[in-house]
Write a protein that binds this ligand. Sequence first.
Ligand code: FES
Ligand code: MG
Length: 593
Amino acid sequence: MDSNDYDLATPITSTTGLRQGLASYGDPHFSLFLRKVFIKALGYSEDALSRPIVGIINTFSGFNPCHANVPQLIEAAKRGVQLNGGLAIEFPTISVAESFSSPTSMFLRNLMSMDTEEMIRAQPLDACIMIGGCDKTAPAQLMGGISANKPILPLITGPMLPGSHRGQRLGACTDCRNNWAAFRAGEIDVEEISAINEELAPTIGTCGVMGTASTMACVTAALGMMPLRGASAPAVSSARLRIAEETGANAVTLAKSQRKPQEILTKESFWNAITVLQAIGGSTNAVVHLLAIANRHPDLQGVITLDTFEEIGRKTPLLIDLKPSGNNYMDDFHNAGGMMALLQVLRPLLHLSAVTITGQSLGEVLDAGQSKTLSFSQNIIRPLSDPLFPASSLAVLRGNLAPDGAVLKASASKYKHLLAHSGPAVVFENSADLARRIDDPDLQVTKDSVLILKNIGPVGNPGMPEAGMIPIPKKLGEAGIKDMLRLSDGRMSGTAGGTIILHISPEAALPESPFGVVETGDLVVCDIESRKLHLEVSDEVLQSRIGKRKQLLAGEVQIRKQRRGYRGLYERSVNQAQEGADFDFLTAGGATV
Ligand code: FES
Ligand code: MG
């Protein structure tokens, strides 16, 4: 053997397996020699090591019920890889569960994306299956995977099944919120709310409504990155395991073709994903995530913007009758044909030439699946002629209060008259101020007031918490009020509903933010028709308030520059909601070299 072609015994092709991303230990042949020494400690044979190597990201955690089936999915995915001639090797990254990530899971999304990117890049793998599901995990993995730009295959953990209380179905977490609001309003007692608590999450898996996790699953499928059934099969179903096996098989093909995400994903794939987002009445969080994902792609940075969501929204009706915009659960969507049935209906609005992970175009995927969706009921997935909401379930608003944009899930508004409303602001400076005063019997507030919560933006809290669903003040709740116009620079859970304007940019924590200087009593005008969010305060007054506030905030800005650790990195580097709340240095255009 020529020492310049050192391969131990079995030749391996020059682009696959252990040759991927050789570390520098002097000459490359010695690097390969060393790599083989250490992987052999795990007992792999030369035959095994000569195969395409498929990494599988293990995001199991005892703190993450949404990922509790990851061990079974790994086993099934490995089976798919190995039955097709590959070698599957699992490895961990961090696991981010919505309920156990303080201060917020969003704070950790960018960290998870960095972990994912660097581990995919670092290790000798030819393709990588990324198992995720809970809200921030699929976006974090797509962001990291696109930046690493090796062949990637998202595999979703899947939604939980609904529970039952006194004959009524229940599901996390729209029903968590509805029932808690009913408890606050005195409509149900402490025994009943405790019984409901037992049933809201009756199985493992992601939240069972069209919250952020389900939305991102549907959107990932619409991007062409995974089999369509992969968006909705329940976490506990055998179908979910078969999807994992199929993903393993796809991974071997992808490892051989070396089709990379920056090649698969185009403007057209994002168009399809945003069309689906609008048609499913998806989570507002998906707007932030999709912007962050697109901005990792060198060809799409700045091409997919808030205006893209608005443009597509105006043409796209809401077709899915799922909570929080409708009445049903992910389980029902799956049984009604899921994404395959939905995309057949949406066909005229889609870019069918967009390529998918298997190399087929979306049109070819839909042609092949057409006959399987003919007999499904149209109650859950409505036809274009009978939508649940005519268009723009997610709308983008602008005005002097949000010069860089704000997002409203119009379809989840409970009192539609609030979509064209003006009223006096009742301002809460931050979450602590809100908690202290919202239920104060002396709070000056009526049903026509506009509730405003500042300082829950990307920098402000930090991590842009899902605190945007400001509770209805107790005294109004007890009087039967279920919805009010509410504004913040934060996010809300994808499972929440109400007339709630979110992601106001620039956020209040930034010294130049007009939203930061709204005062109690100012008149706020929201008009969905003209997409306007306006403060009836003159430019001069607004500018003079901003000038004064800049001086007040100077100290805080200085502290942020000096803060240690990940929080310091986060506060110094996070961009605004309309850019995806990503770190500026991670975006495709963020680095100068
Ligand atoms: Fe994980 Fe809802 S808590 S998806
Ligand atoms: Mg959520």
